[in-house]
Design a protein around this ligand. Sequence first.
Ligand SMILES: Nc1ncnc2c1ncn2[C@@H]1O[C@H](COP(=O)(O)OP(=O)(O)O)[C@@H](O)[C@H]1O
Ligand SMILES: [Mg+2]
Length: 309
Amino acid sequence: MTAIIQASDLTKIFGRSTAVDHISFEVRQGEIFGFLGPNGAGKTTTTRMLTGVIPPDAGTALILGHDIRSEPVQAKQRFGVVPETSNAYTDLTAWQNLMLMGELYGLPRARAEQRSSDLLGMVRLLDRKDQKVQAYSKGMKQRLILAMALIHEPELLFLDEPTSGLDVQSTQMILSLLRDLNAKGTTIFLTTHNMEEANRLCHRVGIIRAGKMVAIDAPEKLKTAIDRIHKIEVSFDREVHGDALAGLEGVVTANRTGDKWQVTTRNKDATIHSLANFSRHNGAAIVTLNTLAPSLDEAFLRLTEEAQS
Ligand SMILES: Nc1ncnc2c1ncn2[C@@H]1O[C@H](COP(=O)(O)OP(=O)(O)O)[C@@H](O)[C@H]1O
Ligand SMILES: [Mg+2]
């Protein structure tokens, strides 16, 4: 497979801190590549270097064969960007924003109009096209920004946390649009701090932590790490023994915190099942039961441990 993005030793230094520290990776043609990491890890800085907003301090990247240092303009014509902060003008309408984008990419007027109608239909904003963006909800705005990024039919799309802070409906719509675009051949570079999202959508994921790439893998491997460390928080209406909980199916550890038990499990479903059985057989009613998604750091730890072993 051809590399659409080839980053080598990409580095960015702000003052005394190295935000992006010699990272190397490739994104292959036709894939959805998830760029995953906690807040402050260097995702946006990397994306901004790749999309030619800021220059790297060391290393470089080839985007569609063009070096971001020497040929930034050629590359820009062939990719689209949904940046971390909105690039839509709020005092303009959706239609005007799209026309402006069309001009920026040198699209003929008629072509820009055709694309804008198609794209507004796709993101379900056609009936709101003449409304100023300031009246839009966050989700509508983000859908417009996605449409704007696609005006010139780019073969590569960068998105920096496109679903961050969005309602469920807009999130689902955006994710499903990304899937459709990808199915039609668009390569996607998706930045996110949401593991589940990366897991559901991406063919491969790269994990960045404190400016360093700590793992690049298929999400299946990531998922294994996530599944292995699920936590269940449970409380009963009377005293129960930790040993009894530790013996339930799938349970790795059972620790008490206040009036609750924190149970880590290899098999969430089986453990919940056996907790219900345990409750019935011991006459200890379950007062609360929550499953806690593993923190990014927990999963990262697993992944880096795996990478070292
Ligand atoms: N323009 C800047 N000036 C100084 N420090 C910055 C700048 N942009 C980002 N940083 C720092 O670089 C690190 C990485 O930030 P960023 O790339 O935005 O992370 P992420 O997108 O993964 O949350 C953070 O410590 C951040 O504070
Ligand atoms: Mg960011």
